[in-house]
Design a protein around this ligand. Structure first.
Ligand code: PEP
Ligand code: MN
Length: 337
């Protein structure tokens, strides 16, 4: 950690900061510059509580040099983590495409969509059985019945299944049906859910919270790894900023940043990331171009009658276009889809 002093800080102020640092069992290294003094702090085994240092007179800024996350960081593990989900590999050469409706609405709906997305090249079928909805009056998902339909989709089309766990109560049930468990944006900091997911032997897609910083996002993943589950796939799904032309703003620059900072795979969700079907193909192309390890895309055969997220659902025909375009972009990068 670095303590940056004000340019007019006195020698006494610098000495007091050094004293406070040493009273915390740490070592202070004052470095006098032409404009100001900086105090380097070493000897910490974990993140230092900087508030006491910040409160000293003459302190302008406190800069953490080492990030607070450990297990998810590249410092801990230099090589990319590959997450193997029943033979489908995230974090390798292949960009994995996950596609399906926002919610499982019926057996027919799930089967119709699954048939089309598997034919177009999706490896994993998505569909919520337990849905986080803004309104308690909106369709909440079919619950366990939805999970049973997903089992049928797996058997019929030999697709892997990704579906969301909404809470700690339903996590084990969801885990017994899913090949990958999704933890949604609203639950990114549901720490009891993260801890419980960390004790499962099942890959997790962890979606970024809608206002989460990348540090908060990676700290949420750290919870899962810290409990012993290394198989986490991060998912950038858009954040809220003042722009209102889309539902959310897909933070494309998060992808190269996360890939440099962490060894975990990261995929993009251009459906929730934009909320608009006409933006899904362009943002899918862009996500692959910036290095995403895959996509999570909402597809519906009849978007205007979808029970959730119809405005952002692309049709199977659009999904075929998406696949051919992202394949071309992936190949430029020496990857496949
Ligand atoms: C979803 O994937 O359908 C979903 C609810 O996503 P998010 O948690 O990103 O809003
Ligand atoms: Mn959705």
């Amino acid at each position: 950690m670095l303590v940056v002093m004000e340019s007019n800080a006195t020698d006494q102020m610098v000495a007091k900061v050094c004293l406070v640092v040493e009273s915390m069992g740490l070592v202070a290294h004052p470095i006098a510059g032409a404009q100001r003094t900086v105090v380097g702090v070493t000897g910490n085994k974990s993140k230092i509580d900087a508030d006491k240092i910040f409160a000293q007179p003459g302190v302008r800024d406190v800069i953490h040099v080492t990030p607070p996350f450990r297990l998810v960081s590249r410092d801990y593990r230099a090589e990319d983590t590959v997450v193997d989900v029943g033979g489908v590999i995230f974090g390798g050469k292949e960009c994995v495409i996950i596609a399906g409706p926002c919610a499982v609405e019926s057996r027919d709906q799930a089967m119709t969509i699954a048939e089309q997305v598997v034919a177009a090249g999706a490896k994993i079928f998505r569909g919520g059985a337990f849905k986080p909805r803004t309104s308690p009056y909106s369709f909440q998902g079919l619950g366990e019945k939805g999970l049973e339909i997903l089992d049928e989709v797996r058997d019929k089309f030999k697709l892997l299944i990704a579906t969301e766990a909404l809470d700690t109560e339903s996590l084990d049930t969801v885990a017994s049906h899913a090949d990958i468990i999704q933890i949604g944006a609203r639950n990114m900091q549901n720490f009891s859910l993260l801890k419980k997911a960390g004790r499962l032997n099942k890959p997790i897609i962890l979606k970024r919270g809608m206002s989460a910083t990348l540090e908060e996002f990676l700290m949420a993943a750290e919870y899962i790894l810290a409990e012993g589950n290394p198989d986490v796939i991060l998912c950038e799904r858009g954040v809220r900023i003042s722009a209102d032309h889309t539902r959310n703003t897909l933070d494309l620059s998060a992808i190269p940043y996360v890939k440099r900072t962490s060894h975990l795979p990261i995929i993009a969700d251009p459906s929730h990331g934009t909320g608009r079907k006409d933006h899904v193909i362009p943002l899918s192309r862009a996500s692959i171009a910036v290095g995403a390890d895959g996509l999570l895309v909402e597809v519906h055969h009849d978007p205007s009658n979808a029970l959730s997220d119809g405005a952002q659902a692309i049709t199977p025909e659009m999904f075929r276009q998406l696949m051919s375009q992202v394949k071309a972009i992936a190949s430029v990068l020496g990857r496949s889809c």
